[in-house]
Design a protein around this ligand. Structure first.
Ligand code: C5P
Length: 218
């Protein structure tokens, strides 16, 4: 890994969870820590890239030298990414975007009563697909977290979303991935597959950045 790998390149990364509001005090979200996305931002910066981090709410320190754009909802994350997409050469979607949001956001706090409550949810937009469809489009990288048939699902996802590269992540193993310090991934790009041994997210991030630098022709 050397510090000139992505010199002169502009990288945008999404990280963390999104929050989908129900009312002024409640939301739907997930347990994403943001660690992988923040490690990627640190690695991109260390590789000399001008790095934009579009992040949902996490408790991690903001990487020094990152252009930091905090967001809450998927809609806000999409809006920010599309606004900035023309200014990036490489896009890495690492965020755990909520697949659904409440159809209605109540303006006042929802009051409880003795009856059941049904929540109607609607699909959120797919951010990485929208970025991959932009014109001009950046070299676009996504993640696939799966519990079985990892590489088959990852390849399918890469094709469906129009990605150049996908990072396949087996999340059936509790020790890696979501919310842990370590990860074990396979980098899929075109017909090639490159399995990385289990390592800290910092090391994995540097290996992903190296693979992107090699494959994006940058
Ligand atoms: O479809 P799935 O959620 O498994 O795809 C995961 C990949 O797609 C990740 O790279 C994630 O950041 C991205 N994604 C996105 N917007 C969504 C859902 C997923 O950018 N609404």
């Amino acid at each position: 890994f050397h510090s000139g790998l992505l010199a002169g390149k502009r990288v945008m990364i999404t990280a963390g969870p999104t929050r989908e509001a129900l009312d002024p005090v409640r939301f739907l979200s997930n347990h994403s820590s943001g660690k992988m996305g923040y490690a990627l931002a640190e690695a991109a910066i260390a590789a000399g890239a001008r790095t934009t981090l579009v992040s949902g709410p996490v408790t991690l320190p903001i990487p020094e030298h990152a252009q930091y754009h905090p967001v809450e909802s998927a809609a806000e994350m999409l809006e920010t990414c599309l606004r900035l997409v023309s200014e990036c050469d490489i896009f890495i979607a690492c965020a755990a975007v909520a697949d659904y949001r409440p159809e209605q956001v109540q303006g006042d706090k929802i009051k409880k009563n003795d009856a059941e409550m049904l929540l109607k949810l609607v699909r959120n937009p797919d951010i990485v697909s929208a970025v991959a469809a932009a014109e001009p489009r950046p070299f676009t990288v996504g993640f696939a977290a799966e519990t079985r048939d990892l590489l088959a699902y990852a390849r399918d996802k890469m094709q469906r979303k129009g990605l150049d590269m996908i990072i396949a992540n087996d999340v059936s193993d509790q020790g890696i991935g979501f919310n842990s310090e370590e990860n074990e991934v396979t980098i899929v790009c075109g017909q090639t597959e490159h399995a990385l041994p289990r390592a800290s997210k910092t090391i994995i991030a540097r290996q992903i950045i190296e693979a992107i630098a090699n494959s994006s022709g940058k």
